[in-house]
Ligand binder design. Structure first.
Ligand code: NI
Length: 173
């Protein structure tokens, strides 16, 4: 397993729609393992393939909060939202591609998601709480959408400028 560098916003690869995965191959299995390792290392609760520069519809997540509870690493290939609740929920979101910036985003409180597993089978599950927020946030990444796109333009521009500055500092280091 290899840690992969995480792209920082703004980056054109974070604004593009990703391609469906035609079949589960060894490349996809390796990508998923690397993404989980990269996510746990960061640490974060979710990561999408474009964040490591791979323009394929793959996301990983583990929203188990209780440190005593067993981890639940999930890999979702070609995830699709098949149902969303009318009830909404507000969460303070962050993103590994937008480090140390957080903002409240309103999304459906529950979603049903269908995806292809690494086992080659189609899975479907209803998510709520942090899991629901996370899966929607990660699927957005596959469509070139970031959580800051839900914010007012001024707030979004402020965060983007901070990230530009961060990238300049990192490039100089
Ligand atoms: Ni994100």
């Amino acid at each position: 397993m290899t840690l992969r560098p995480i792209l920082i916003h703004p980056d054109p690869r974070l604004k593009k729609e990703c391609a469906p995965v035609p079949a589960i191959t060894d490349d996809i299995r390796i990508l998923a393992e690397d993404m989980l390792e990269t996510m746990y290392d960061a640490p974060g609760v979710g990561l999408a393939a474009p964040q490591v520069g791979v323009m394929s519809r793959v996301i990983v997540m583990d929203c188990v909060k209780d440190p005593e509870a067993p981890p639940r690493p999930m890999v979702l290939v070609n995830p699709e939202i098949t149902w969303a609740s009318e009830a909404l929920n507000v969460y303070e979101e962050g993103c590994l591609s937008i480090p140390e910036q957080y903002a409240e985003v309103e999304r459906p409180a529950q979603v049903r998601v269908r995806w292809l597993g690494l086992d080659g089978e189609v899975h479907e599950e209803t998510f709520d709480g942090l899991w629901a927020t996370c899966v929607q946030h990660e699927i957005d990444h596959l469509n070139g959408k970031l959580f800051i796109d839900y914010l007012k333009p001024l707030k979004r521009q402020m965060i983007t400028r901070k990230m530009e500055k961060l990238k300049r500092e990192r490039a100089r280091a």
